[in-house]
Design a protein around this ligand. Structure first.
Ligand code: SAH
Length: 348
């Protein structure tokens, strides 16, 4: 089968075999990319129209007990200046975001032991009380079932936890021994069971990654059926063991966004900050290839530079209001409109 035929098969059947995905991912051409991008964009337009959903991202802490080899806020990075926001700080960000029109807040952070179940639930329920019309997304790493359940009961609606790579051996090359692909995946199934709109995803071009690994990622996504999928290029960070590794490919990231849209038609799919970091028009390209979410930064200006997962992160110097306007202009330049509404998954 030609690559075009494989792309059409993915559209018709909703999935491909492992070897078909591997073939497609290892041999796609610019033409295949454009072909998949056009189909993906048509699917997205037919479901979500010309709206791109904005989420206000609040980076609540860069303390982390984990030591992921790729990540700039890993525990062993002694150069990172650590910070954590207080509950008041977080509520202040929400206040500013609400006034700007945001109706989704994403609280993301390292696995910071200070943010106990009680503290997270407290801030979540306060946000819900003050802004009952807003969706709350958490992205705070791996927790046990009871803790996720408590978050849900406190009012959290969504949870982002990338699976990073579905292949066990590859996972072990990116993380220290105490972390495993299996635990990560169990968390994702727990989150789905609890009724969270759940986000998984992977880095493209992570060190040691092969097309077969990405094919496994696609099959994992097909099995999990997450409501959201975060896919961005790996970008090295100067103070990590992967500082000399190559960054992920722009083209492959965009192609995988398209394949993901075709496979999971109503998925909420961000054009990530990492994609915007490796190319000035990266997020526009992502949207044109099937993405429909952008997550501008709503963190206090004073901490922006400290939440550095990788080098060169964009928008660290922009005021929150300015970020919305920049994104709005970028989207309108390609014929899309931003929407600050909750933007729930179609199944909700
Ligand atoms: N502690 C949370 C949030 C992690 S940061 C959690 O465990 O989910 C969010 C995502 O940033 C990670 O899941 C990872 O895929 C991505 N990331 C981390 N370091 C990166 C790097 N160097 N390049 C690109 N993406 C990176």
């Amino acid at each position: 089968m030609t690559n075009r035929e494989l792309i059409l098969k993915l559209k018709d059947n909703g999935v491909l075999s492992l070897s078909e995905f591997e073939t497609l991912i290892s041999s796609y051409t610019k033409e295949d990319m454009d072909f998949a991008g056009k189909i993906a964009r048509e699917i997205c337009d037919s479901i979500y129209g010309k709206e791109i959903f904005l989420r206000g991202l609040i980076e609540i802490s860069n303390y982390c007990k984990n030591d992921c080899y790729y990540c700039g806020i890993r525990r062993s990075n002694k150069c990172a200046q650590r910070y954590r926001l207080t509950e008041e700080d977080i509520l202040e960000c929400c206040k500013e975001g609400y006034a700007l029109g945001y109706r989704t807040f994403v609280l993301q952070g390292g696995e910071d032991m200070y943010f106990t179940k009680e503290r997270v639930c407290s801030v979540v329920s306060k946000i819900k009380e003050l802004y009952p019309d807003c969706a709350i997304t958490l992205s705070l790493g791996e927790k046990d079932f009871e803790e996720y359940k408590a978050y849900k009961e406190a009012g959290a609606d969504r949870y982002l936890l990338r699976h990073e790579t579905a292949d066990k051996e590859h996972y072990a090359m990116l993380h220290p021994e105490n972390l495993s692909a299996l635990t990560r995946q169990k968390c994702l199934f727990d989150l789905k069971k609890l009724g969270f709109q759940t986000g998984a995803g992977m880095m493209v071009g992570a060190p040691f990654q092969t097309p077969l690994h990405l094919a496994k990622d696609m099959l994992f996504l097909s099995e999990l059926r997450p409501q959201m999928v975060g896919i961005g290029p790996f970008i090295p960070h100067k103070d990590t063991p992967f500082k000399d590794k190559e960054r992920g490919s722009l083209e492959l990231t965009i192609f995988l966004l398209s394949l993901t849209r075709i496979m999971l038609p109503d998925v909420l799919l961000p054009a990530t900050t990492a994609l915007g970091t490796i190319h000035p028009k990266g997020r526009e390209m992502g949207v044109l290839a099937g993405a429909n979410v952008i997550m501008p930064n709503l963190s206090p200006m004073s901490v922006r530079k400290k939440y550095m997962l990788y080098d060169g992160k964009i928008s660290v110097g922009d005021e929150s209001a300015q970020s919305v306007n920049t994104v709005r202009e970028k989207m309108s330049s390609i014929g899309y409109e931003v929407s600050l509404s909750r933007g729930d998954h179609k199944s909700i």
